[in-house]
Write a protein that binds this ligand. Structure first.
Ligand SMILES: Nc1ncnc2c1ncn2[C@@H]1O[C@H](COP(=O)(O)OP(=O)(O)O)[C@@H](O)[C@H]1O
Ligand SMILES: [Mg+2]
Length: 245
């Protein structure tokens, strides 16, 4: 990867939960404007990585730099203010709030608050179904609509980088297609995207560059169009030449 347009650089990152080491010397780079996928099976450490970038988990050592500014260990609200946002795993939304109230929760920061009407309009343009349902409680949304709401809330802060944790989990193929179309549109508008996925084929298809994680390590990386799917699968499952990890 070229370094001149690097937006996010993670260098030798280690993260622990108590005595358990969840991330081992993770290094990666995300270029401005790209879609990057992080592929890995359950427990590989994908969410831990995203949560650490967001300041939810603290690094034991190593650095995270966003436009060269060190953000590792910063509180989440500051990370968001720098321009990073996340659609968390499990399309978590506030069930007892309306769709619009959920979106406004994404605009609680001062900078975002000042531009909330403009942002709401933009989000509703991208997700017309959310506009239709804006007065309804989120608990009435379908799984796909909830996922859209979680993504939409993520872009209410006007991020430069959006981290998407398993946005296709548990959804029907036709809905997944729709959601990936939205991700493409968000990316076209200039937002850099990190996609965390368990589906190898889908990850490669929708990204420019991919990293494969296994047991808290990055074991493979490359341009998505050039990575052989079979080898990505070996890395994903930790078999053949990846059995050593
Ligand atoms: N809060 C936690 N406390 C202790 N261990 C955790 C915690 N969260 C995740 N882990 C462990 O860290 C490893 C990576 O988990 P996670 O980042 O959720 O993986 P993934 O998102 O790839 O499924 C797993 O072994 C998991 O059991
Ligand atoms: Mg996860």
């Amino acid at each position: 990867m070229t370094t001149e347009n690097t937006m996010l650089a993670v260098d030798n990152l280690n993260v622990h939960y108590g005595d358990f080491k969840a991330l081992h010397n993770i290094s990666l780079k995300i270029s401005s404007g790209s879609v990057v996928s992080i592929i890995g099976s359950n427990g590989a450490g994908k969410s831990t990585l995203l949560n650490t970038i967001m300041g939810i988990n603290k690094p034991s050592d190593g650095t995270i730099a966003f436009f060269s500014k060190k953000i590792g260990g910063m509180p989440t609200n500051q990370v968001v203010a720098e321009g990073i946002s996340m659609s968390p795993e499990g399309s978590r939304v506030f069930e007892k709030m309306t769709v619009e109230e959920n979106l406004l929760m994404g605009a609680y920061l001062k900078q975002a608050r000042q531009r909330k009407d403009e942002r709401l309009e933009k989000v509703y343009g991208l997700f017309p179904v959310l506009k239709e349902k804006r007065e309804q409680h989120a608990s009435f949304l379908s799984g796909g609509q909830r996922q859209m709401l979680a993504i939409a809330r993520g872009i209410m802060t006007g991020p430069k980088l959006l981290l998407c944790d398993e946005i296709s989990l548990g959804l029907a193929p036709v809905v997944i297609k729709d959601i990936y179309q939205k991700i493409k549109e968000i990316n076209r508008e200039g937002v850099t995207i990190v996609l965390v996925e368990q589906d190898v084929k889908r990850s490669l298809k929708h990204s420019d560059y991919s990293y494969v994680m296994l047991k808290g390590k990055i074991v493979m990386e490359g341009k998505s169009s050039e990575l052989p799917e079979d080898e990505v699968r070996d890395a994903y499952f930790g078999v053949n030449k990846y059995a050593k990890y």
